[in-house]
Design a protein around this ligand. Structure first.
Ligand code: TRP
Length: 447
């Protein structure tokens, strides 16, 4: 069985070299491994919590989408989508909100940090705290649980949120699963050996320190940033210690062991810092020029980006829509008309709820299964004789749980002895098809 790996990227800001080496590059590599299904998404609902500038939100979503694709993410292979294109995520958020305990959320680091900050400043503990910030972990739990992700690569600061997702998912399973585990338990993966790149000043590369190296801006800007890397004041000819140089750390993150060894030896032998910077520039510029071109080409065609993400949403919703339908059923949000779940338990009602009708047309002998509302659930193939139709019809009505019903796209088919003997109408959505399946099962398992 394949493992589902899922991670979200909050869409505030423009990715820099540190994001690329620390998160984007390893995630793209991981998505190419066999037996892994990866789900990467733009966490744009999460972005709204931190940012109320619509133009920045929009710009960042576009840039981050383009960065991942330019970096080599294969959107056919991975499922790549925007959180805000999957309404099932917000719906699940509410179902989970109703089982998440407030006490659990009170302990979330991000919320607690705001409260501590307010208290230290003598303010109301909840000053400036929105419900978005408070409920942040519930939305994140929905992101993870809607796709039953097994592994969630995150930064250290997000581990607590993944644990909360387990907690909330477990509680939902317990309350509504009736022995069934709706949600798989996700595991946070912290990539220990992934470099946290130093910035220009040697501290962790981060926008908040204003020490970043741009990723896909021009060669000129790349060069200018590299020229601002802080080094010690050793002169050309003086021996330099690679291990105490963040310029070397940056070089290391993009070079082969052989290149690293050469650079290390040359620094030891007195290579000038200016030269070393030039080498770093050449290395980066070579590696980034191709993705940089792709990046700008993508940004120039936002319609194409939109199409790619829409296709990603369709793929994601193929899973999310029927799953959410089951979750809605589980909590009691059921259709009045179909009452599929009720029919399973109340067999008497079910008896009346559906009908099997045999008939004959130009092509031969057939039968139909009609729903309680008189709609077609199944139409059999044409049998050459009445006996064949009778055997098949009897099988459909008596096989109970053993009846081989298959869903192909948005259509139900019924099989007997490796032959398709009946099929349902083409439904317009996975949800309708899932509902029809419930109804059909309920009708046919009744005595
Ligand atoms: N909160 C994460 C961050 O800031 C982003 C995120 C949102 C996420 N939903 C997620 C990560 C689900 C992993 C899984 O980094």
């Amino acid at each position: 069985m394949s493992t589902r790996v899922l991670t979200g990227i909050t869409t505030t800001g423009t990715p820099h070299l540190g994001n690329y080496a620390g998160a984007i590059r390893p995630a793209i590599a991981a998505s190419q491994v066999d037996n892994v299904e990866s789900f990467y998404f733009l966490a744009d609902y999460h972005a709204l919590i931190k940012c109320d500038d619509p133009a920045r939100i929009q710009r960042s979503r576009l840039e981050i989408a383009a960065t991942w694709l330019a970096g080599g993410l294969d959107a056919e292979r991975a499922t790549f989508y925007r959180q805000s294109d999957i309404p099932e995520i917000t719906e699940l958020t509410w179902l989970l909100t109703c089982v998440a305990s407030k006490g659990l959320l009170n302990r979330a680091h991000a919320y607690k940090a705001s409260v501590d900050h307010n208290e230290a400043a003598g303010l109301d503990p909840d000053a400036g705290v929105t419900m978005g910030l408070f409920s942040y972990p519930v939305l994140m739990a929905a992101d993870i649980l809607i796709f039953n992700a097994n592994k969630v690569p995150v930064g250290r600061d997000q581990v607590q949120h993944v644990e909360m997702a387990r907690d909330i998912g477990q509680r939902f399973n317990y309350l509504f699963g009736k022995g069934r585990e709706f949600f798989a338990m996700p595991e946070a993966i912290i990539e220990e050996d992934v470099a946290t790149l130093p910035g220009l000043d040697g501290r962790k590369m981060s926008k908040s320190y204003d020490n970043t190296i741009p990723l896909f801006s021009s060669s000129k800007e790349l060069k200018s940033a590299i020229s601002r890397i802080v080094t010690d004041s050793k002169l050309p000819g003086e021996a330099k210690d690679a291990d105490n140089s963040h310029l070397f750390t940056l070089y290391q993150a993009f070079s082969t062991p052989a290149e690293q060894a050469a650079m290390r030896a040359d620094l030891q032998a007195g290579l000038a810092w200016g030269e070393a910077k030039q080498r770093l520039f050449t290395l980066l510029d070579e590696q980034l020029s191709e993705p940089r071109e792709r990046y700008h080409a993508l940004l120039a065609k936002p319609n194409d980006l939109e199409d790619i993400l829409q296709a990603g949403a369709v793929k994601a919703r193929k899973i999310a829509t029927p799953f959410l339908q089951e979750l809605r059923e589980a909590v009691g949000l059921r259709s009045f008309a179909v009452q599929g779940a009720d029919l399973v338990t109340s067999k008497k009602k079910a008896k009346k709820a559906s009908r099997v009708v045999s008939f004959r047309d130009d092509e031969g002998f057939r039968f139909r299964v009609l729903s309680s509302k008189g709609e077609d659930l199944l139409l059999s193939k044409a049998f050459a004789d009445g006996r064949g139709a009778g055997v098949a019809s009897k099988h459909v009505q008596t096989a109970q749980d053993a009846l081989d019903i298959r869903q192909v796209d948005q259509q139900l088919t019924v099989w007997m002895d490796n032959e398709c003997i009946a099929q349902g109408p083409q439904y317009g959505s996975d949800a309708l098809c899932a509902e029809a399946l419930l109804e059909l099962r309920a009708a046919l398992t009744a005595e």
